[in-house]
Ligand binder design. Structure first.
Ligand SMILES: NC(=O)c1ccc[n+]([C@@H]2O[C@H](COP(=O)([O-])OP(=O)(O)OC[C@H]3O[C@@H](n4cnc5c(N)ncnc54)[C@H](OP(=O)(O)O)[C@@H]3O)[C@@H](O)[C@H]2O)c1
Length: 215
């Protein structure tokens, strides 16, 4: 049974932890204050556990980063570069700044020619980061109800980590589309802005992206 650390106690951590448990993985959820996950652990049962970010990252085979974008670099530090070394780290984060959206577009603290994932990869060079799950709402991350099968755009520098993430995405009902290396996180992170715009402008939050090809 593969062991998954889910770093993050928000909606994304909640949804993905549930999805991993339902698909036969062991899950440790992590927080700076693990005690606040006690009710979740009791409700989730057998293969669920809780810990600090460092404890979870050390225990896991695969790590999911699901914290506030402004806290993502700090969360990696708390997890510990040594605990993450050689592991697939699925990065769900977006670099959303504290300022309110402008015309329905969430503002980012990163610049156009950089991404949060590039900053994270530089901070933990031996971790095998893969961007995924960042451009759809948490309610649709597992078993998305859309037809045809929606696409999840992923990127990262390690082919094995992307393969492992693609297999998880397939279990969760997604077609993974590998778009390239870590730099492609720039446009993939921007997709979150596009995904959110109909939400802020029309209160429409029920959609996902697709990918059409000739093949
Ligand atoms: N919500 C969605 O539908 C959605 C969809 C796609 C992508 N995302 C992205 O996924 C990420 C998680 O989103 P979310 O809505 O689940 O949660 P969130 O409210 O953005 O973040 C909550 C998490 O951030 C952590 N955190 C806050 N400040 C911290 C700090 N200074 N150091 C370390 N950790 C800190 C909290 O940790 P503690 O438990 O320790 O307090 C908590 O686990 C975000 O980057 C978001 O952009 C969200």
């Amino acid at each position: 049974m593969k062991k998954i650390a889910v770093l993050g106690t928000g909606q994304v951590g909640e949804a993905l932890a549930k999805g991993f448990l339902a698909n036969g993985f062991a899950v440790m959820r992590a927080s700076r204050e693990p005690a606040k996950l006690a009710d979740w652990k009791t409700a989730a049962g057998g293969e669920a556990s809780t810990g600090t970010l460092a404890e979870a990252a050390k225990w896991a085979d695969i790590v999911v980063l699901a914290v506030k974008g402004t806290a993502a670099e700090n969360a990696l530090e708390l997890a510990g570069a040594a605990n993450l070394a050689g592991k697939t780290v699925i990065d769900t984060t977006n670099p959303i700044s504290e300022e309110p959206p402008q015309g329905g577009v969430v503002r980012y603290f990163t610049k156009a020619n950089e991404s949060l994932m590039e900053r994270l990869q530089a901070k933990a060079p031996q971790a095998r980061l893969v961007k995924a799950f960042n451009s759809v709402g948490s309610a649709f991350m597992v078993n998305p109800p859309f037809k045809p099968e929606p696409a999840m755009f992923i990127c990262g520098n390690d082919a094995g980590a992307k393969q492992e993430t693609s297999e998880i995405l397939a279990k969760f009902g997604w077609k993974a589309v590998d778009m390239g290396g870590v730099e492609v996180a720039r446009p993939i992170e921007a997709l979150c802005q596009l995904w959110c715009a109909p939400g802020f402008l029309k209160n429409d939050w029920a959609h996902a992206f697709g990918w059409l090809t000739l093949k």
